[in-house]
Design a protein around this ligand. Structure first.
Ligand code: HEM
Length: 121
């Protein structure tokens, strides 16, 4: 990284990769409680922002699949958001669990998609 010019593309993608593994770890550990889902949602939000920066830096060089990747990122935030809401409501534990499982599966689907786009798989 050259401080004067800000981070370069490789650095941003490396951060995106590291946060992806952090998100995977958090999803495995924290998806199953009301407080834990807030942690997963926060890390997913961070990953979303880093992804937007990466896509912005790639510009026209971004692969077309990046739109699907962005959409799945939004669905992850939506799923954990709904899970957080449901978990707080009386009798909502079952629905919260269903939304969490959907978010959980989408996290790993998006990591798979990201690794494919980056040519690592
Ligand atoms: C929130 C869930 C997300 C997850 C789990 C995720 C995961 C990943 C992973 C694992 C990679 C491969 C990185 C590498 O090997 O260097 C990747 C690449 C990438 N992601 Fe994401 N990502 C997410 C959201 C986003 C969003 C919202 C954007 C914004 C559009 C984005 C844009 C990108 C771009 C531009 C690449 C690089 C593609 C390339 O090298 O051609 N990501 N993502």
């Amino acid at each position: 990284m050259r401080a004067a010019e800000g981070p370069d593309m490789e650095t941003v993608l490396e951060i995106h990769l590291v946060v992806a593994f952090l998100l995977a770890l958090c999803a495995v550990i924290f998806s199953w409680s009301v407080m834990g889902r807030r942690v997963v949602n926060a890390v997913a939000g961070l990953q979303f922002v880093v992804g937007l920066v990466a896509a912005g830096m790639l510009g026209k060089n971004a692969p077309p699949a990046v739109w699907g990747h962005l959409l799945v990122g939004l669905l992850i935030l939506g799923a954990y958001g709904m899970a957080m809401g449901a978990g707080k409501r009386e009798g909502g534990a079952g629905r919260a669990l269903v939304f969490s499982i959907v978010g959980f599966v989408l996290v790993f689907a998006n990591i798979w998609l990201g690794l494919h786009m980056a040519g690592r798989m």
